[in-house]
Design a protein around this ligand. Structure first.
Ligand SMILES: Nc1ncnc2c1ncn2[C@@H]1O[C@H](COP(=O)(O)OP(=O)(O)OP(=O)(O)O)[C@@H](O)[C@H]1O
Length: 338
């Protein structure tokens, strides 16, 4: 059997990997639980179950922050466990294609590359592809044509806005606004309005149930937390209107960045974007009526995609399967074993 090829999209919240031999995508939370400062206790969805619930000797944390690797050691341990638990057969000598955001520093890009290159599964080769390009491939866009395409990927800690043409990024912008900031907005508004303190998971659940960008229907949801004044656990019925108000500023921050990119887009490419609309993806694009909101604010049609967390890794799968797309990869590095 030939060596396996993996497409790896490391996100701040989720890790998504395509395995060519199994022709399957694996997705879990990008989180690790370390016991007694050294032993890997759990990773992925299992570790997420422990988040905000673990005793003092178990540290449960996300090894990525703001779309970049903040703890390379932990990321390496997590990746190694993740791959060996999902993928059958030996990992040694496999090829990897990694993605990264265009607007991060060279040192941060190198960390994505090195996390695999220096891992214990000794890869044969590590290629890199820009996340927005993989995203466009995953959305079924003909990236190699001379047509301009705008991709807006709203993830957990970041939003990346990019214009693509002829297989490359013409202009892009990465802002530190994503689902995590919306969760914080929800926590803050509940503390301010109700003296009510909730954890990160509860905030995320409220967002998934109630968050809406415009023309919101009346809705509410129950949440459990702590009354800041009495210190006692309480249940509160949270109205959707409050969540709408809480996240509104950050949604406008995203739109402002989209407008800045549109202003800087060369006119011929802008014409293509007007004709085809923008593509909105990433997990946070699941916010209700986001397409209507973008249309209202920019006059552009917004194409919302299915399974938006997986568009980048689907793109990697297509690049792996289709030799004509392999030229989209770069920073090719082959490991030399002595
Ligand atoms: N139904 C939903 N409504 C709103 N937000 C959602 C919904 N489902 C998932 N999300 C949010 O999507 C985000 C995760 O998306 P995604 O997997 O694309 O991010 P990531 O790739 O891990 O992060 P980043 O791109 O910032 O590195 C989380 O913040 C999550 O709360």
């Amino acid at each position: 059997m030939t060596n396996n090829v993996f497409g790896v999209d490391l996100g701040t919240c989720n890790i998504k990997i395509y395995d060519r031999h199994a022709d399957q995508i694996y997705k879990e939370k990008n989180i690790i639980a370390i016991a007694n400062k050294k032993d890997v206790f759990a990773i992925g969805d299992e570790a997420f179950e422990m988040y905000e619930k673990a005793p003092a000797n178990i540290n449960v944390f996300f090894p990525m922050n703001n779309g970049v690797i903040s703890n390379i050691n932990a990321m390496q341990q997590l990746l190694s466990k993740f791959l060996s638990s999902h993928s059958k057969g030996s990992l040694k000598g496999s090829e990897f294609i990694m993605t990264f955001s265009n607007d991060i520093t060279e040192v941060e890009k190198k960390a994505f590359h090195d996390v695999v290159l220096n891992s214990n599964f000794k890869p044969k080769q590590v290629d890199m592809v820009e996340k927005a390009v993989a995203d466009a491939v995953g959305l079924g866009v003909d990236v190699k044509s001379a047509k301009g395409v705008m991709i807006i990927n709203i993830g957990a800690d970041t939003t990346e806005i990019a214009i693509i043409s002829l297989g490359g990024i013409v202009i892009s912008r990465l802002i530190h606004v994503g689902g995590n900031q919306l969760d914080e907005d929800i926590q803050n508004v509940l503390k301010r309005e109700y003296n009510f303190y909730i954890g990160d998971k509860t905030a995320e659940n409220l967002k998934k149930q109630l968050a809406c960008a415009t023309d919101c229907e009346e809705a509410s949801a129950k949440a459990y937390g702590i009354d800041v004044v009495t210190g006692l656990p309480v249940e509160v019925e949270v109205p959707g209107t409050l969540i709408f108000e809480a996240i509104s500023d950050h949604l406008h921050t995203i739109i402002d960045s989209v407008k800045i990119i549109l202003e800087r887009t060369p006119p011929e490419l802008a014409a293509d974007i007007v004709a085809n609309g923008v593509y909105v993806t990433g997990g946070s694009s699941r916010i209700r009526n986001l397409d209507k909101f973008i249309r209202k604010e920019t006059n552009l049609k917004a194409n919302i995609v299915e399974e938006p967390e997986e568009s980048v890794v689907r793109g990697l799968a297509n690049i792996i399967a289709d030799d004509s797309l392999r030229s989209l990869n770069f920073v090719r590095q082959t490991r030399v074993y002595h």
